[in-house]
Design a protein around this ligand. Sequence first.
Ligand SMILES: [Zn+2]
Length: 213
Amino acid sequence: MDHLRAILSLLSLIILLGFSLGEAGASERWLVVIDAGHGGRDPGAIGRSGTLEKQITLEIARLIEIFAWGDPKIEVVLTRRRDITIPLRERIDLANRLGAAVYVSIHANAHMNPAVQGLETLIHSSNYPQDLKLARLIHRKLISRLSSVGVRDRGVKEQPLYLRWAKMPAVIVETGFITHPLGEVRLRSLWYQAQIAQAILAGIKAFLEQAQR
Ligand SMILES: [Zn+2]
């Protein structure tokens, strides 16, 4: 009998939880497309110890998705969840088709000079003020978390990018230099990846909350 009562109370708890989640889901939710750069035949940049950019970008993208689980206002869609080749056009087309609120593509940088390190956030053109705003908010969150451990602030930069096809604010986050020896170690670490993922998510949220006002 006690067992039955325990099962019944557990069931009602599950139903209540289901209702509260359902209500949260019914209110306005922002769709955020997170792109793990490269993949499949395209490894992206390669570190001195053999770290592949495509692997790092996927791990960070997955962490952003996991951290967003606790947030009823944000729904994250990843452009890829596995090591597969996807053309740039298809990544943006997915975001356009879904009517995403923002598009954030995750990358890691490379340089001939192994001493070069730091974080930068890229936009296609500052003629799109919303892109610039999103980039600045994400970049600020990244720097406030990581400048204390010596990661250089390389700023928000403008360059011709495939992001021009996006119908929503879109940025690329260069999460560190895989060609910098310590940068490579950091990019592989769960601690660094989690800092990056949380900062990007916080920047996206700050942007969406401001846009709503
Ligand atoms: Zn890349």
